[in-house]
Ligand binder design. Structure first.
Ligand code: AMO
Length: 451
């Protein structure tokens, strides 16, 4: 808006008359004066309406969330009123005029209280305006920005994968189906997997930020039915370690970036930056070795299991922190029965694949592997998995006509944000979470109104 000064810049306008555009955060009437906190995207400032102000009448009508253009004079606060720990704690805006741009109803919750998850999600357009939620999604936005920045510097090309797909790409997860044209069934993509591999044939190194859909009936603190997948795929690798190293450097880069630009947000959320060890790759351990450690330490034999339980993931993360000074640990070499058809078999360990999961603060953050790039072997593996290669003929073209050795991984943005900030439930790190119970509003509520 014309003539607008951002709240964070007000201290460059001491003793001047300026205009701000903002929300009314709070109003407090004290004696003959009216105090405000005004808020814009850059911060907050205290406003004071003196008894003789021409704006006194209108000032008394403002309530929380009213959107206003305020003209006023920027004054230095008297020494005794300075709040040194607060942004703009040394100035206040003497309110001289108020133009109401938008009125607001009364908020349906106490904006300063701790809110339970349902209240947080039922009122999402409003609860997202709270400092805590703003901080979470500012961090998420910076994670995304630095993810892109790092990979672009490393000569990866960003591409967009389709969300509508003609088949179930992974073969291992539940899929949302819907009617398409010519009586055909289409699906919502569970991962950009097949497309990123095809794109290796085009750009060698690619990445994408994709909305992906999983149709399992999720109601846990770590699963969503729609999540944001940060996917990487790189060609001409010598082995899975090349991808694991790239991922370690990427997460180091993201962490360093967050340290630079989000320390206030981490402080507000009481979160600590992750421990990252020296060296070019996070610690890594084969699944069988990890299981032996767990079994020896807990006395519960898990060595025959094909996968890790959530409590074992937590245990390994504690172990990694203590032993390696790392909040991240790779677990590698899972059995081929548990890994998708495109994972390359490990020729040195029968029945195992060249794959890796990365655990971060107790939770699986990424999954990936070196891919089977040899056409005949890939077709063989599909058949072994009970899949019909005919249905993948589109994808298989890329392999029939030459793809280099390659590998990649997928990482959930919401899980990454939640683990960075020590938020126990992934839904709090998701702007508009979808699970078995909710698409914006509780689904059970819709049923009630339809009755
Ligand atoms: P996978 O299915 O293991 O692998 O998913 C990779 C990562 O995505 C996140 N994730 C989820 N986040 C929230 N809700 C869910 N329901 C959910 N499911 C998965 C996790 C997980 O580690 N195509 C492979 C990746 C690859 O090999 O490149 C894949 O999708 O953080």
């Amino acid at each position: 808006m014309k003539d607008r000064i951002l709240i964070a810049d007000l201290n460059q306008h001491i003793d001047q008359e300026v205009a701000i555009c903002a929300w009314t955060d709070t109003r407090r009437d004290q004696g003959k004066m009216v105090f405000f906190e005004f808020r814009d995207r850059t911060g907050k400032v205290q406003g004071v309406t003196l008894p003789n102000s021409p704006a006194m009448e209108i000032a008394k009508t403002l309530r929380s969330e009213w959107v206003v253009k305020v003209t006023g004079k920027v004054n230095k606060r008297p020494e005794r009123n300075i709040q040194a720990d607060k942004i703009n704690g040394d100035i206040e805006l003497e309110v001289l005029g108020v133009e109401v741009l938008s009125e607001a109803h009364e908020l349906p919750f106490n904006s300063t209280a701790d809110l339970n998850l349902d209240t947080l999600l039922d009122n999402r357009p409003l609860t997202l305006r709270r400092p805590r939620e703003q901080a979470i999604f500012k961090v998420q936005s910076e994670i995304l920005g630095s993810f892109r920045e790092f990979l672009t510097k490393e000569n990866f090309t960003e591409f967009r994968a389709p969300a509508i797909v003609g088949g179930d790409a992974e073969g291992g997860t539940e899929v949302f189906k819907f009617d398409y044209f010519y009586g055909k069934t289409a699906y919502l993509g569970t991962s950009p997997q097949l497309y990123k591999q095809m794109m290796v044939g085009v750009f060698e190194r690619v990445f994408t930020v994709a909305n992906v859909f999983r149709a399992e009936k999720h109601a846990t603190a770590r699963h969503l039915n729609e999540y944001t997948s940060l996917d990487i795929e790189m060609g001409f690798i010598d082995g899975p370690e090349d991808v694991m190293k790239m991922e370690s450097r990427l997460l180091k880069y993201v962490t360093e970036h967050l340290k630079k630009v989000c320390s206030k947000e981490f402080e507000l959320l009481g979160a600590e930056f992750p421990l990252i060890p020296e060296g070019d790759m996070f610690p890594a351990m084969k699944l069988t070795d990890a299981q032996k450690l767990i079994s020896d330490a807990t006395g519960v034999d898990c060595t025959q299991e094909p996968d890790l339980d959530p409590e074992h993931e937590r245990w390994l993360c504690e172990y990694s922190k203590k032993e390696f000074g790392s909040d991240f640990i790779f677990i590698t070499n899972y059995p081929r029965t548990k890994r998708p058809f495109y994972a390359m078999d490990d020729e040195n360990v029968p029945g195992r694949t060249k794959c890796y999961d990365l655990l971060f603060r107790g939770l699986e953050l990424i999954s990936g592997n070196q891919r089977e790039h040899r056409y005949e072997k890939l077709v063989e593996k599909m058949k072994w998995k009970g899949l019909d290669p005919e249905k993948f003929s589109f994808y298989l073209q890329a392999f029939k006509y030459g793809l280099p050795p390659h590998g990649g991984l997928g990482m959930g943005l919401e899980r990454l944000t939640a683990r960075f900030l020590n938020i126990p439930n992934i839904k709090e790190a998701t702007l508009f979470p979808r699970d078995i119970n909710r698409i914006d509003q509780l689904l059970s509520k819709d049923n009630d109104t339809q009755k």
